[in-house]
Design a binder for this molecule. Structure first.
Ligand code: F6P
Length: 366
């Protein structure tokens, strides 16, 4: 019997999404004779029943294209903005699924998408997810697709910043994405030869950073590159956040935490000014932002996304649902969604990359 499969992409876009759609689609069509449709703009398209047929022609020529041909959104089934209201549209999505006689719904996304997909799974839908995000922070998988491309872009940016920092004897602080995980800043910082790397997992002291930069000046190196993760937090602010979080969940605590979060979001600019004051070196800041998510996926991301996608079609054919297709070395493994949801893979403090950085004399802000 022909199996009918739906696919959607949700959350922030990421290089490799189209390679993954193609991987699921081509393997589904060629190996298992499946019929495949895509829903546009994530869970919103599932609610609004906006579809596109993913036949052989539609899947052709998309491997190298960045972003997602389906479009994406951060809309959640239970909290969908409808006009001026937030509404629970779960039932409408379940209805769309059944109206299309789907045998499975494939959701491509990060931790938030896994959570939303798990919610639909609990409504009785056959769900399977693929781990995508440039942040590499999805639990229970070796790696996520999108990370390698973003790592390449951030590393190239750090390479380019070296020559201008060197020429002007400046400090250049470069802010790297990654949400609340330091994989991207740590990876690109090591690969790009940053002198200081600040990640959310290690609250930093601007004084410690300045001390290491002053030492570099004494060693005859008049410039420094500081790679800072967007989620990095100064030690004293971290202490205030920890203290505020202990005060329960009331309205006032929530407001205080929001104010502290706003302060944290500005900390890269503030750090740059502090370093200028503490070292006497001219300092500049570069925020890489969404450029890290744009453009063609790297070969490693294309390969990863393709093999996860092809494995996904195989698991569907075998009737394996309620799982994320995790990368395990050169292979894949179906991991139950309940083991993925609500967790975030941050950089463990005993991770070999941290040891590598420290042994190289890179300052980690502590
Ligand atoms: O999760 C991917 C990511 O790019 C994060 O690194 C970043 O914090 C966030 O998305 C930015 O989200 P948006 O594109 O919605 O501004």
């Amino acid at each position: 019997m022909t199996q009918y499969i739906g696919i959607l992409t949700a959350g922030g876009d990421s290089p490799g999404l189209n390679a993954a759609i193609r991987g699921v689609g081509k393997a589904g069509l060629n190996a298992y004779g499946m019929q495949i449709i895509g829903f546009r703009d994530g869970f919103r398209g599932l609610m609004e029943n906006r579809t596109v047929t993913l036949n052989s022609a539609a899947l052709s020529g998309i491997l190298t294209i960045g972003g997602t041909i389906l479009g994406t959104s951060r809309d959640k089934p239970q909290k969908m903005p409808i006009g001026s209201k937030m509404m629970d549209m779960t039932d409408v999505m379940v209805e769309t699924y059944h109206n299309h006689h789907l045998d499975a719904l494939v959701c491509l996304g990060g931790g938030g998408t896994a959570k939303n997909a798990y919610h639909l799974m609990k409504q009785g839908l056959n769900i399977i997810t693929l781990p995508k995000t440039i942040d590499n922070d999805v639990a229970m998988t070796d790696i996520t697709f999108g990370y390698d491309t973003a790592l390449t872009i951030a590393t190239e940016a750090i390479d380019r910043l070296h020559s201008t920092a060197h020429s002007h004897h400046r400090i250049i602080v470069v802010e790297v994405m990654g949400h609340n995980a330091g994989w991207l800043a740590l990876g690109a910082g090591i690969a790009g030869g940053a002198d200081v790397i600040l990640i959310p997992e290690i609250p930093y002291s601007a004084e410690q950073v300045a001390t290491s930069i002053r030492q570099r000046v004494r060693d005859g190196k008049g410039f420094s590159i500081v790679a800072v993760s967007e989620g990095a937090v100064p030690q004293e602010l971290h202490e205030r956040i920890v203290a505020a979080s202990k005060n329960g969940k009331g309205k006032e605590v929530k407001a205080e935490l929001e104010a502290l979060e706003a302060e944290r979001l500005n900390s890269t600019q503030k750090l740059t000014q502090q370093l200028e004051g503490l070292t006497g070196l001219e300092s500049r800041v570069t925020i890489l932002g969404h450029v890290q998510r744009g453009g063609i996926p790297s070969p490693a991301d294309r390969l990863l996304a393709t093999r996860l996608g092809a494995a996904c079609a195989r698991y569907i054919n075998e009737g394996i649902f309620g799982v994320m297709v995790a990368a395990r070395g050169d292979s894949t493994e179906p991991v139950p969604l309940e083991e993925v949801v609500g967790k975030r893979k941050t950089v463990p403090l005993d991770h070999p990359w941290i040891e590598t950085a420290r042994n190289l004399g890179i300052n980690l802000g502590d």
